[in-house]
Design a protein around this ligand. Structure first.
Ligand code: MG
Length: 227
C-alpha cells in the first residue's frame, strides 16, 4: 500500500513538472527533457549532494527537468546564463523572440522569465541562478560536478570555451550532457558536435551512454589531467 502511494505521488510530481516545462519558452523537446531528467537522476543518486551545473538556461524550460532531478538527488543545480540571449536569439536571427526584449533597455532579458518558471515549478530551493559569462564564472569554480549540462551559445568559440572551462570539473562517474549535437551538418549547426562532443569522446576521458534526438549523455571514466 505504501509503495503504491509513493508511486502515485511520484507520477503526480512528474506530471506537474512536465506541465510547467512544456508550457515554458525554450528549445528542449519533451523526449529529450525526459531523457535529461532520467540521466540526471541516475548520475546524481550515487553522487548524492554533489552539484549539478547547467550552462544556458534561457527561460528555464530544461532547468525544470534538471532542477527536479537535482532535488531528488539532494543536490543544488547552479543555472548559469548571462540572460541576454545567445547570438541566434538576437534581432534579425532565426530564433529571436520580441517578447523577451526588455522595454526599458531594448535588450533581451530572459531572467524575469526564468524566475517566473522556477516559481511555477517550485524549484527555488533546488536551483541557484548565476548570472554572467560561463567561462568567467568557471575561473573561480573549484567544486567537482556530478552532472554538467552544456546548452549555451552555438558559436564555435562559445561552445569550445564552455567545454574547456567546465568539463574538467566533472567527477569520475559524473555526466557531461550536451544539447544540439548534430553529426550531420544538414540537421543543424556543428559547434556542439565539433567543439564539445568530439573533443570529449576523443580525449578518452568520456564514453557515450545514450543519445536521444540531439541530446548526448557522456560519462566520465578517467580524471581530467587539468584537475
Ligand atoms: Mg539547446
Amino acid at each position: 500500500m505504501l509503495i503504491a502511494v509513493a508511486l502515485l505521488v511520484m507520477v503526480m510530481l512528474v506530471a506537474a513538472m512536465k506541465e510547467v516545462a512544456l508550457s515554458t519558452k525554450g528549445f528542449m523537446p519533451e523526449d529529450e527533457g525526459d531523457a535529461l531528467f532520467s540521466a540526471a537522476v541516475d548520475a546524481g543518486t550515487p553522487g548524492k549532494g554533489k552539484p549539478f551545473v547547467e550552462i544556458g538556461s534561457y527561460c528555464g524550460r530544461s532547468t525544470v527537468w534538471l532542477g527536479h532531478a537535482a532535488g531528488l538527488c539532494g543536490a543544488t543545480l547552479f543555472a548559469i546564463d548571462h540572460h541576454a540571449g545567445s547570438e541566434e536569439n538576437q534581432p534579425g536571427w532565426e530564433w529571436h523572440d520580441p517578447a523577451l526584449v526588455d522595454p526599458e533597455s531594448g535588450c533581451i532579458n530572459t531572467f524575469p522569465h526564468f524566475q517566473e518558471t522556477m516559481r511555477r515549478a517550485r524549484l527555488e530551493n533546488h536551483v541557484t541562478p548565476i548570472i554572467g559569462d560561463s567561462p568567467v564564472i568557471a575561473t573561480t569554480w573549484t567544486d567537482e560536478i556530478q552532472f554538467l549540462f552544456i546548452d549555451g551559445g552555438h558559436g564555435r568559440d562559445v561552445a569550445r570555451n564552455d567545454y574547456l572551462a567546465w568539463a574538467p570539473h566533472v567527477c569520475v562517474g559524473g555526466v557531461l550532457a550536451i544539447h544540439d549535437v548534430f553529426s550531420d551538418p544538414a540537421m543543424g549547426g556543428q559547434a556542439p558536435y565539433e567543439e564539445i562532443y568530439l573533443p570529449a569522446v576523443n580525449s578518452g576521458e568520456f564514453v557515450e551512454v545514450s543519445c536521444t534526438g540531439s541530446l548526448r549523455i557522456l560519462k566520465r571514466i578517467k580524471p581530467s589531467p587539468n584537475q
